[in-house]
Design a binder for this molecule. Structure first.
Ligand SMILES: NC(=O)C1=CN([C@@H]2O[C@H](COP(=O)(O)OP(=O)(O)OC[C@H]3O[C@@H](n4cnc5c(N)ncnc54)[C@H](OP(=O)(O)O)[C@@H]3O)[C@@H](O)[C@H]2O)C=CC1
Ligand SMILES: Nc1nc(=O)c2c([nH]1)NC[C@@H]1CN(c3ccc(C(=O)N[C@@H](CCC(=O)O)C(=O)O)cc3)C=[N+]21
Length: 338
């Protein structure tokens, strides 16, 4: 019981600190009942929810307003080209939601759907066409690509000025070097940082753990946190003491692609948890026959963390909002340099 009390006390203190830093929109999501609950209560304390869906919606509105303002003088709307290879159901869904988001903010979207067995040469030709198209500000080739295609060769072929995914080696390399600004920052890690920023979470001086080291999520997320003056540790499949490293962190970004791997007792009381994971698990009671869960065991972690993102409704919608933001940035640069 003494331990529980201590933990509750630490939690309440952490939450009050976070609450003081949090903007009004978020403050309302940390309930009074949570804060005023007697310390010895057995029920788990609920973390404040970081509402990625709402924050992404705010950003889309900001983008739409800017497009309205800019497009008359520019003579055209921002343009995003999305290339889809094959017929993976999840990829088709993502591409559809990207095109829908484009329409919503007043972008023009271009799309090329290629057959699963398309040759690498043909795919490279499509990329080259979009590189040369003056109406296209951003190019996204949906991943994963079929096995017979060299993914990196395709990503390398996207013009640096149109690499709105931020996957070009020069963009990732610039992120890793002090004093260099990448042309574009990858959407998912950029979305994680934006969630922290818009939730009033201070990053400078904090310890952070990133679970996962992929080129598209874990690595750039760690670099961004480090550039924001956090002290960062990366955890991967060969890390023997992942749990211990995560438990030392004030900020956790989970991107390991393993459903609910990060447990509640891995989380330091009062930590902020950003869950990037998107995993489908079978669920006969769900309409689609499956439901989405993150890389974090949400309920357990929410009982310990001060703030946490849900899945769905957390990082996912932010990825799309950042894709639009990157495309708008590219458009503004290209219009200005005419
Ligand atoms: N919300 C969004 O917008 C997006 C969500 N995602 C989701 O994010 C997650 C990560 O995606 P992505 O980076 O592409 O995945 P990858 O499979 O490319 O990378 C996973 C990383 O996690 C590490 N890892 C795997 N198992 C463990 C383990 N047991 N302990 C510690 N680390 C481990 C791997 O280590 P190692 O390097 O040693 O193999 C690897 O670095 C997925 O769930 C994906 O669906 C991805 C993109 C966008
Ligand atoms: N070139 C490229 N760029 C990418 O950015 C890219 C990619 N390839 N391949 C696949 C991953 C995955 N990804 C997601 C985007 C949005 C949601 C998203 O909006 N998810 C919703 C739920 C969607 C649903 O209900 O199915 C949510 O989390 O709330 C998820 C995942 C982008 N990726």
């Amino acid at each position: 019981m003494a331990f529980l009390q201590q933990q509750q006390q630490r939690l309440a203190a952490g939450q009050q600190r976070q609450r003081a830093a949090a903007p009004a929109v978020l403050r309302s999501s940390i309930s009074r009942r949570t804060l005023l609950r007697p310390l010895a209560a057995a029920a788990p304390t609920k973390a404040g929810l970081i509402d990625g869906k709402k924050i992404a919606e705010d950003i889309r509105k900001e983008i739409a307003a800017e497009v309205q303002q800019l497009q008359k003088a520019a003579g055209r709307a921002p343009g995003l080209a999305v290339v889809l290879v094959g017929a993976r159901k999840d990829s088709e869904t993502y591409v559809r939601s990207k095109k829908k988001a484009c329409a919503e903010v007043g972008f023009e979207s271009f799309g090329t759907d290629l057959a699963e067995d398309v040759s690498q040469e043909e795919l490279l030709r499509v990329v080259a066409q979009y590189n040369a198209d003056p109406k296209v500000d951003g190019i996204l080739v949906q991943l994963p690509l079929p096995k017979h295609i060299n993914e990196q060769a395709v990503l390398d072929a996207i013009s640096l000025e149109k690499d709105v995914d931020g996957f070009h080696p020069q963009n990732i390399g610039s992120l890793a070097m002090r004093g260099r600004n990448p042309t574009f920052v990858s959407c998912t890690p950029k979305g994680c940082m934006e969630l922290l920023k818009r939730s009033g979470v201070q990053v400078a001086g904090k310890t952070a753990a990133v679970v996962g080291r992929s080129n598209i999520v874990g690595l750039p997320a760690a670099l961004l946190l480090q550039n924001a003056d956090a002290t960062v540790t990366m955890v991967h499949s060969r890390t023997p003491n992942a749990e211990e490293v995560v438990r030392a962190a004030d900020i956790v970004i989970a991107a390991c692609g393993k459903a609910e791997m990060v447990k509640g007792d891995w989380i330091k009381p009062g930590a902020v948890v950003i869950d990037v994971g998107i995993n489908a698990v079978d669920d006969a009671s769900a309409k689609r026959g499956y439901r989405l869960v993150g890389d974090v065991a949400f309920a357990e972690a929410a009982a310990v963390a001060s703030m946490i993102t849900p899945v769905p409704g957390g990082v996912g919608p932010m990825t799309i909002a950042m894709l639009l933001q990157n495309t708008l940035e590219g458009y503004k640069r290209r219009v200005a340099s005419r």
